[in-house]
Design a protein around this ligand. Structure first.
Ligand code: AMP
Length: 291
């Protein structure tokens, strides 16, 4: 295994990526906002499997300010660069790319950044409705990172199902020659999806955060027992009863949708997808899964 390299300048990563291209090496890419946990590391493993032992795996750490809304947690978002590097080293990452805001958004040091990438269909509902500028920030930064890292494959977590779908659409629509891999959600033993934001939870809220995965498993059970599916409204009524057992949780949304088009469904069947967002105190968590 080669030693981990840490690159911060845009020029250094792009030059290295171009060298790799000339040498015919495959590149796998895992974009993250750092504060890494085993969910992120599972994406690294997928990237390694995709590019093989001779390929290169790049993980980026960039807390993208443009994907946070004005009243969101950008200033408090957990950061732990040293710990992240340790995890990357043991996971066999070749390069950690950690750019700064100045380089990403101030061209030549001037405040003349004015180019945005925006998906205008599947990014509109769910997270896009709850966080109106979020996906524009995500797609813009991911497109920039793709142009810097020049990956052959990029790995995204199913935990952020809509994000992965929006990026898949961007890659198709803008002809990025990149294969997108969707990697399964890694969970705690009680079902809570691993997330950097779980660190904000105090013990009482942590105990009730299991509500998101419980709602999904209840919906799965109900849909599994139904013949030909169930009306979305009926399913919501069942799930509202589950919610009553978790008084510290404040529901933001539950959606049932087609996993390929992300269109909302009036009738929910096996193979439909469900997404849920809820506040536990001031911490907003999301989860999703197939039914
Ligand atoms: P983040 O650092 O939270 O922006 O996440 C970076 C990548 O890791 C995204 O593709 C996420 O979907 C993915 N990810 C985050 N949490 C998990 C998890 N529990 N299981 C699998 N992938 C995850």
């Amino acid at each position: 295994m080669s030693a981990l390299r840490v690159l911060k300048s845009l020029n250094s990563i792009q030059t290295l990526a171009l060298t790799w291209k000339r040498e015919g090496l495959l590149v796998g890419f895992v974009p993250t906002m750092g504060s890494l946990h085993p969910g992120h590391i599972s994406l690294v493993e997928q990237a390694r499997t995709a590019v093989g032992p001779t390929g290169k795996v790049v993980l980026s750490i960039y807390v993208n300010p443009t994907q946070f809304g004005a009243n969101e947690d950008l200033a408090h978002y957990p950061r732990g660069f040293r710990e992240d590097l340790k995890l990357c080293r043991s996971a066999g990452v070749d390069v950690v790319f950690a750019p700064c805001d100045r380089d990403m958004f101030l061209v030549g040091g001037k405040a003349d950044y004015s180019t945005w990438v925006e998906e205008q269909q599947i990014s509109m509902g769910m997270e896009g409705a709850a966080r109106p500028t979020h996906f524009r920030g995500v797609t813009t930064v991911v497109a920039k990172l793709f142009n810097l890292v020049l990956p052959d494959v990029a790995v995204f977590g199913a935990k952020d199902f809509q994000q992965a779908a929006v990026i898949g659409r961007m890659v198709d629509n803008l002809h990025f020659p990149i294969r997108i891999i969707l990697s399964p959600t890694v969970r705690e033993s009680d079902g809570l999806a691993l997330s950097t934001r779980n660190r904000y939870l105090d013990p009482a809220h942590r105990a009730q955060a299991v509500v998101l995965s419980r709602l999904i498993s209840k919906a799965r059970e109900v849909v599994g027992k139904s013949r030909g599916g169930i009306l979305a409204n009926e399913l919501r009524t069942v799930l509202n009863r589950v919610l009553e057992g978790f008084p510290l949780a404040r529901l933001d949304y539950i959606e049932f949708f087609c996993p390929s088009t992300l269109q909302p469904l009036g009738r929910v069947k096996r193979g439909s997808q469900m997404a849920v967002a809820a506040f536990l105190g001031s911490t907003r968590l999301i989860d999703n899964g197939p039914l």
